[in-house]
Design a protein around this ligand. Structure first.
Ligand code: ACO
Length: 512
């Protein structure tokens, strides 16, 4: 551990606290009250984040941004038990107590230096499986070269390139090429890729006539309709089991589906509105064409670029629930259409892709800045989750939300300042009422604001996400098919002891 512990007072300003960390060359300090009790932890990350969301480093205090009631370990705890605390809660720094007093700060680095690397034990001799953590948290179930999310660092990448940098500098097509073909395209490759994918926007025979019927089904939802249309389209394309076709044929199915999903979605939307569909414009890139198929108008370039950046940021995100679903279906050797239909179903859940319209609904319900604090406290007090906050993997800023906050500012609109105020209030209230859970803004909070400013209707937010994520799904499907093994885990049976005798005389009565 780092000793003596670096400590700060709760009323210290943020800039003074940053200097204390810097002078002592540590990443975090314990916050002590007047009686010397640990009441919080403040890290470099907390300080950076607080400035990012509008705290004034010269006037605001540590107390406003620290993690309250932090987990602690005792000086005589074993390395194993301390490692367990870091593993379970994903902390980076924990105060060490002796007789109730803080005597040091332990970081994950200290433990890694002394911990033994243990061999992973195979399942028991009789084949009894170990129970994985609930929600498979922290369990790696496959190898992938598509991309990765580093939750503790607030970083994610596509094939090694920082995804936020790709979103800042590249077009949708460049990143699409990277994910599907493994490399950023040269100019010539990009031209060929554009020609190929623009041609793939053409609907397969027979589909255009079916979509109006799907768009008027009772209880229409855009994502439900898209799921049905993807299934129909795959049937019309005759997508073959991935087990039976070559990698080149899988790539062709993948690119066709990537190109067709936005076309299907927009046709369904327009049919549902009673409007004629707008044909894809071969002169426009993916994002601008997306907006044109929505309204019939060539979009404002600033709005098209904002949507393009959102779409790039959401193309892929590690082994999320829908990508896992697509890979499980592909592992059976099934076809591209089945895997995508299943993935859309997984994305439809509010805990995964269904939050951006709910985040905007929360802004509506709050209405005015002065009502934010009371509303958010009441929601959390009633056990509700704030939509657009929290993430299974990110225990720090979601880098997508950081960039989308900027993009929202560039597109403008009166909602942006209000959203920033609600965000800052929500983070403060979550830190106070859910201490130690490390809940930060996720991609969905500003996604809603950006899409709203670009003129995308609210019920099209998650379907828009489905369009970009189709690229990630198809990359994952191709990767699974290229190196396949059936994904077939087991479950730990917890029902009545087996075998159970059937009750006496129970069964089908003898005939007659
Ligand atoms: N608001 C309030 N409390 C929250 C929130 C939230 N948004 N998220 C988590 N918590 C609390 C939980 O209540 C729980 O508290 P407890 O210890 O008192 O029981 C604690 O934090 C841990 O929650 P888990 O459910 O274990 O976290 P998990 O990793 O399973 O959940 C999830 C992640 C589903 C994203 C969650 O944070 C959530 O429901 N957020 C709101 C929905 C949302 O924004 N979804 C979009 C995610 S981004 C995407 O999928 C693209």
């Amino acid at each position: 551990m780092h000793t003596p512990p670096v400590v700060v007072a709760p009323d210290l300003t943020l800039s003074a606290a940053a200097k204390v960390l810097d002078d002592n060359k540590v990443g975090a300090a314990a916050v002590l009250d007047g009686a010397g009790e640990v009441i919080g932890m403040v890290s470099e990350r907390d300080l950076l984040h607080s400035v990012g969301i509008g705290h004034d480093p010269h006037t605001d205090s540590v107390e406003q941004v620290m993690a309250r009631e932090p987990f602690t370990v005792n000086a005589d705890d074993s390395v194993e038990s301390a490692l367990d605390v870091f593993r379970t809660h994903r902390f980076r720094h924990v105060p060490v107590l002796d007789g109730g007093h803080v005597v040091g700060i332990l970081s994950i680095r200290h433990l890694v230096r002394v911990a033994h690397i243990e061999e992973v034990k195979p399942a028991g001799a009789a084949g009894a499986a170990e129970l994985a953590p609930r929600g498979l948290e922290g369990v790696a179930v496959a190898e992938t070269a598509v991309g990765d999310v580093r939750g503790e660092e607030g970083f994610f990448h596509y094939r090694g390139y920082d995804a936020t940098e790709l979103a800042r500098r590249c077009s949708f097509e460049q990143v699409w090429h990277l994910l599907m073909l493994g490399e950023l395209p040269t100019d010539e490759q990009l031209r060929a890729f554009r020609r190929r994918t623009v041609a793939y926007r053409a609907l397969p025979e027979g589909i255009a006539g079916l979509l109006p019927a799907v768009a008027v089904l009772p209880d229409y939802t855009p994502l439900g309709a898209l799921r049905s249309a993807v299934s129909l389209t795959a049937a019309a394309m005759g997508t073959q089991p991935t087990l039976d076709i070559t990698a080149e044929q899988i790539l062709e199915d993948a690119l066709r589906m990537d190109a067709l999903v936005p076309v299907l979605l927009m046709r369904l939307h327009r049919h549902h509105q009673g409007l004629p569909p707008v044909e894809p414009d071969p002169e426009l890139g993916y994002a601008a064409n997306y907006l044109k198929m929505l309204t019939g108008q060539t979009p404002d370039p600033v709005k098209a670029r904002a949507v393009e950046q959102y779409l790039i940021l959401t193309m892929d995100h590690g082994f999320n629930a829908s990508t896992f679903t697509a890979r499980v279906i592909t592992s059976t050797g099934s076809d591209m259409g089945s895997a995508l239909t299943g993935a859309i179903g997984a994305l439809a859940g509010p805990l995964h892709g269904g939050a951006p319209s709910r985040a905007l609904a929360m802004l509506d319900a709050i209405g005015t800045p002065d009502r934010a604090e009371e509303y958010l406290r009441r929601e959390i007090g009633a056990g509700q989750r704030l939509m657009g906050f929290g993430h299974r993997v990110y225990k720090t800023d979601d880098p997508r939300s950081t960039l989308l906050r900027e993009v929202a500012g560039e597109v403008g609109g009166d909602q942006v300042e209000f959203a920033k105020h609600v965000e800052a209030t929500a983070l403060r209230v979550l830190n106070e009422l859910k201490p130690g859970r490390r809940l930060y803004t996720n991609v969905e909070f500003y996604a809603g604001v950006v899409m709203n400013s670009a003129g995308i209707p609210r019920d099209m937010f998650t379907p828009t996400f489905a369009c970009s994520r189709t690229v990630g799904w198809t990359a994952a499907i191709a990767e699974q098919a290229a190196n396949n093994r059936l994904i077939r885990p087991s479950a730990l049976y917890v029902g009545p002891a087996a075998p159970r005798p059937l009750p006496d005389g129970y069964g089908i009565s003898p005939a007659g």
